[in-house]
Design a binder for this molecule. Structure first.
Ligand code: AQP
Length: 334
């Protein structure tokens, strides 16, 4: 059986959206609407795997939805909703908890990174997170998932869960989802340390550019971004061993939709004194209109809530059908 092409992706409302979320995910969601049926979720149930202040969670949920709309996701064409409104996500996640093996989950590097030395004290939900992510995707039988490179391992687990479910029950029910990961700029790194990914939980505000930062703040953060003393190379190979230079060139490339080589053709041989102001100007030019639109959407919270409600209704229709079939396959009495 072949599966109709469908895209699913989600973002956690767990802090301010940053440039990594934008370039690795949101920006790439938009053109997919022309070729696929798309479902874009605000994954609030993932967010509570670590403590979230309720008022902040509520506001961040609206902010992620506003960012989707501001970036150009069309709420009529695509489905935009928040995960907790469609209870079938939790239901399928439980079933996948019974399909996934402990050994698979214990290999997840994101859990190891986030739990660190505190693994006995973090929530069970943080450990089970990838099974919920598999449920998010497979509830809609999504065939393609645009994500940043940091999510690659979770996508592989989603494929393993689908394969095991199909084999265990001798069905061809879930598709084997393909990750859509951007090439050379799939992972945007911290502005303070080019070996660490840009992350909302980074304690340093200078390490990340938020989509709600003012133009002045964006320029300041790029000016203060860690770099090195050498000029930019003429070839991409010359960025090897220079993580901060590589990251800044990658950000320029992703914002301008060019290759890194294309950027080095322009800036090779120039120093950061020239490159950083050009990058700051480009970042402000690309991000300021989104920033402005996010604020406009957030002025009308009722409108965003309405969009999330009607998106959830459309998502629920698909989810209900999937779960009915899953119940039959498993042998649950309906
Ligand atoms: N640095 C990044 N570069 C490229 N893509 C990124 N993504 C996140 N960070 C980068 C992509 O953004 C989407 C949503 O991510 P998420 O909501 O699952 O959150 P996350 O990956 O946990 O993001 P953070 O900011 O890094 O959160 P914390 O600090 O909690 O770990 C995904 O497609 C992700 O790949």
């Amino acid at each position: 059986m072949s599966f109709p092409a469908r895209v699913f992706s989600g973002i956690q409302p767990s802090g301010k959206l940053h440039l990594g979320n934008y370039l690795g995910a949101i920006k790439r969601f938009v053109p997919l609407q022309d070729t696929h049926n798309c479902i874009y979720c605000v994954v609030d149930m993932h967010a509570i795997t670590v403590w979230q202040d309720p008022e902040k969670l509520y506001n961040s949920t609206l902010e992620v939805a506003a960012a989707y709309l501001a970036a150009g996701i069309d709420a009529e064409k695509s489905i935009i909703f928040n995960q907790s409104q469609v209870v079938q996500h939790a239901e399928l996640a439980w079933i996948f908890n019974c399909v996934a093996r402990m050994g698979w989950m214990q290999r997840m590097t994101q859990f190891k990174d986030k739990a660190g030395k505190n693994s006995q004290n973090v929530s069970l939900g943080l450990f089970a997170y990838p099974a919920l992510m598999a449920a998010d995707i497979l509830l809609y039988k999504a065939t393609h998932v645009p994500v940043g490179e940091d999510q690659k391992q979770h996508l592989e687990l989603t494929r393993d869960i689908a394969i095991k479910f199909n084999n265990d029950y001798n069905v061809n029910f879930f598709p084997i989802t393909e990750p859509l990961i951007a090439g050379e700029t799939a992972r945007i790194m911290s502005l303070r340390d080019g070996t660490k990914k840009m992350s909302s939980s980074d304690p340093s505000d200078l390490a990340k550019i938020s989509l709600t930062d003012s133009a002045d703040l964006i320029a300041k953060k790029i000016k203060k971004a860690k770099s090195d003393a050498d000029n930019l190379p003429f070839e991409v190979a010359g960025l090897k061993g220079r993580p901060e230079a590589d990251n800044l060139v990658g950000i320029y490339a992703a914002l301008s939709e060019k290759s890194k080589q294309g950027i080095l053709d322009e800036f090779g041989g120039k120093g950061f004194g020239v490159f950083k102001p050009a990058l700051a100007e480009l970042a402000v030019e690309k991000l300021a209109p989104i920033n402005k639109k996010i604020s406009l959407y957030l002025n009308d919270k009722k409108q965003i809530e309405d969009i999330l409600h009607s998106g959830a209704e459309r998502a629920r229709e698909i989810a209900t059908k999937t779960m009915k079939e899953v119940h039959n396959i498993i042998g649950f009495v309906n």
